[in-house]
Design a protein around this ligand. Structure first.
Ligand code: SF4
Ligand code: F3S
Length: 111
């Protein structure tokens, strides 16, 4: 079991979650972060830190976002680790209000 990042993170990427993770299990794509399920110790520290409420314990992940279990595992393998908080995406506050962003998740790794 692990914590999962879901749709609300897309195009926001506030990265508050990164700062509190004791085992550095976040990985960065261009517009989303993924949690490596192999490394997550289920401490729960990241969940309340996310301004978009994008992080869920796997058991509590809403049905509409079940695909994010696999997406987190896949992208955590492909994307580089992020261990330090950085600025959110430029229009994060606008994207925070939007829903139906699933199609916008980029498979590209952050550079
Ligand atoms: Fe890191 Fe804990 Fe969040 Fe897992 S639950 S990603 S270990 S802060
Ligand atoms: Fe994304 Fe929330 Fe972290 S928006 S980067 S899961 S703080």
């Amino acid at each position: 079991m692990a914590y999962i990042v879901a749709e609300p993170c897309i195009n926001c990427k506030y990265t508050d979650c990164v700062d509190v993770c004791p085992v550095d299990c976040f990985h960065e794509g261009v517009n989303f972060l993924a949690i490596n399920p192999e490394d997550c110790i289920d401490c729960g520290a990241c969940e309340p830190e996310c301004p978009t409420e994008a992080i869920f314990e796997e058991d509590e992940l809403p049905e509409k976002w079940q695909q994010y279990v696999e997406l987190n595992a896949k992208y955590a393998e492909e994307w580089p680790e992020i261990t330090v908080k950085k600025d959110p995406m430029p229009d994060a506050d606008e994207w925070h209000e939007k829903t139906d962003k699933d199609d916008l998740l980029s498979p590209e790794a952050a550079s």
